[in-house]
Design a protein. Sequence first.
Length: 210
Amino acid sequence: MSKTTVIAIAGASASGKSLFASTVYQELVAELGSDGIAILAEDAYYRDQSHMTMEQRVLTNYDQPSAFEHDLLKQHIRDLRDGKAVEMPQYSHTTHTRLPESIPVAPAKVIMVEGILLLTDPSLREQFDISVFMDTPLDVCLLRRIKRDIEERGRNLQSVTEQYEKYVRPAFFDHIFPSKQYADLVVTRGGRNEIAIDIIKTKIRQLLAE
Ligand code: CTP
């Protein structure tokens, strides 16, 4: 295994990927030190839509591979493995655009990457040493998504429902669910699954001790 361990956390929209990643991060960061662990979000690599009208942005399919700048994400993972810091973009789900400020991410012994389509792309998959799939029931994900998109992403019930039926649900069956076969660890019951969090933490400690 390479010096940097890269862990993918994939799964449906609102399945608890970011909660799982941030919980592992919070529980290990003090122990591993400042160059110990970092998180990249696939969401940060959504393509900028600032050249489009708001109507065009709202109608865009954000659940297909071409919505993401995966080449930049791959480059950033490679750079971090090579010991180079990267500037992770910041993305607004409210305006559907990249924000002017990026977030510096320093190289770390463990890089967690979380996102819906990480395991669907063979050239991305080969970047990951460990792959986790959040197997949260789709009805639980949908309820979370409705609440989150209305409270945090400037949406309303009608827009969430239309987008879900047109793009989000089909993408789950076309892209996300089939990619579960590539996971090393399938996590049920969402991002608070303490046993799964402990398993990943134990594996990380074991790799760092080698
Ligand atoms: N999306 C959107 N509008 C955009 C860009 C993305 O509605 N301008 C939606 C896509 O439809 C996609 C979702 O964002 O389904 C991807 O983010 P998601 O995985 O839901 O966010 P996380 O916070 O990573 O989810 P989790 O709860 O699993 O942590």
